[in-house]
Structures are given as C-alpha cells and as structure tokens.
Write a protein that binds this ligand. Sequence first.
Ligand SMILES: [Zn+2]
Length: 361
Amino acid sequence: MIKFLNNKLFRYLSVFLLLNSSILPVKSSSALAAWVINTNGVLELRTKSNTNLKAYFQKANQISGSRFWVDFPGELNTPRTVKGNGPIKEIRLGKPNKGKTRLVIEFKEETYLNPLTWRLVGLDQNRWRIKLFNPKYTFKKIGEGQVVKKIGNIKKNQKSIYKKKSDYQYLKLPDVKQNKFSVVIDPGHGGPDPGAIGIGGIRETDVVLEVSKIVKDLLTQKGVKVKLTRKNEVDLDLPPRVSFANNTDADIFVSIHANASRGKRRDINGLETFYYRGWRGRLLAKKIQKQILRVSPGSPDRGVKQGRFYVIKNTRMPAVLVEIGFLTGRLDARRLEKTTHRKRLAYAIAKGILEYLYRIG
Ligand SMILES: [Zn+2]
C-alpha cells in the first residue's frame, strides 16, 4: 500500500500539478531527461517542459528499505538499475505501467531520513530538486545525463546559476535535536493596533504575522515546538505576550517587528535586532541579525543592540526583538510588500534561531 507519509510534500506537489497543466500524450517517450544525486544529498531532475510529477515515500518494511520515487509521464525505453553508494542502496528506472516512467531511490536500512522536511521544488519549467539526506553521509555523486543543459546565451546561463544557488540556500536549514526545544514567536501588534504604517499603506501587523507564521512552519519541520502569541488580527497587550512565554517555559522568545522612521523618511532603511541582557540573548540576536542581512542586500546593518522593550525585558528566557526593515523606507518597503521577501526573511530568522539552538545544544 502506498502511504502518503509526507503531507507537506504532497501539498507542494499539488501546487505544481496545478501549475503544470499540460499532459503529454500517452505514447510519447519518457519525460525524464536527466537526473543526478549530489554529494550533499540533493536529487536534481530535468524533465520535458511542463511535466506533471508525482512523488511518493514509503518507509522501510520487511521486503525493502525506505524508498522514494517519482513518476513521470511517457514510457521509458530501457529499464535499468544503478548501483548506489553511501546511504543509497540502488536507483531503479522502470515502467510501472504502460506509458509511464518511474525513478525509485532505495535507501540502505540504517539511513536516517526525515521525509517531513522534504520538498520537491520546481526551479524552472523543466528542473526540479529535492533534498533527501544530509551531507554527513559520504556519498559519491550518481546520475545520468546533464541536469543543467548548456545554454548558448551566457547571460541567461549566469542567471540560472544564481537562481540555483539562492534556491538551495533556502533548503539548507541546520538540524537540531528533535522535540527538544520550544520557541515562542511574537508577531508584533495586531487588531486595532496595526503598528507602523508604511509607503502605500503597508501595515506592520500584516507583514510580521505572515513572516512569523512561516518561521513557525519552518521550525516545526525541524522538530522544534513553536507557539505564536497571536495567530490572527487580535488585540493583544504586551503583558499577556510575556506571561504566555513565561508560562510555556520556552527556550527563547522572538518578537518580530517592522520599523517606521520619524517623519516617514524614505531614505531611512535598515535592519536591527535588540536583546535586553545576557550572552544568550546577545548570541541569538547576532545569529538572527546576520541572517536577515544576508537576504536584504543593500539595506543597512543597524546592528545588534541592547534595548529596553517591554517584551524582551520581562520575559524570563533569552529574548530578542527583530526589526525586519523600514516600512517607511523606499528600499525596504518595496521588498516587504512581497511575499517572496517575507519568505526569505522568515527563512533567515528560522536559520538564525536554529543556529543558536544548535550552539547551545
Ligand atoms: Zn512594531
């Protein structure tokens, strides 16, 4: 029986299925053009443009080790088995039924896999990637064909390499001990208090709530317990945010805000992270600040500072308050408007938090 152990993976796939609506005729040749599993555990695929992919995962049983497979439209000419190494036992290319191609990756028994964090990401019309295992396993690259097709136009080529790098960075969140840590994320403001209002009416409450929710998802996928002080547009005073965090015995508290400058000066942009006291708070602030700067090129580093904000002063655990940019600043506001940038910031905050948790063990 096929089990969808991974709802996340499945959900992402459904999205792609909607995007890639054209279907190849049954009789055509396989839509799989090339595949490679890199030493860092990332499987890359090249397919025909606008292909529908379906991916599955099945946990090890008496008959075989854990398996991940992808089904492609179009029939494979020559079914074959490729010997694996490291954590991978073998790779099989077959035709499960007429007009189809299946790529099966079978893992060795003792391999540690965390399919809940797996995501099949479409890089462009015909390229895909998914991270299957950690680089801690020694693994020699295996593949067939060229996943990245050489394009005559150099400019185009450079662009695709850049895209590839940045996409990969998002997937690369550090691993921490599962179910060990608990984090409270505090999306600033809410309800009748919209916080800062920026260029074009952009509201702090909306921006920080979306970012906070993505941070929560990312950390949850890494086995970290996360609680949000608010999940929607509610009015929440500062003391209940603090008592909530103190009562949950969280390891850390992260309050997320966006800035506004006095006089709404468009030339003021930048990111800053505050802590109140202690080396842990400072370390957490530094880790987060470093990551959010990386995804906000050109926006000034206003630094890691001590601040006396109520929520970080009165929480008992290491606590920070992050300002992810100026809604009144020309550069920051234009970015904060976009979900893509909010996602990048969320990844950055999650990465900073995970690096901190990893460090304090
Ligand atoms: Zn605020």
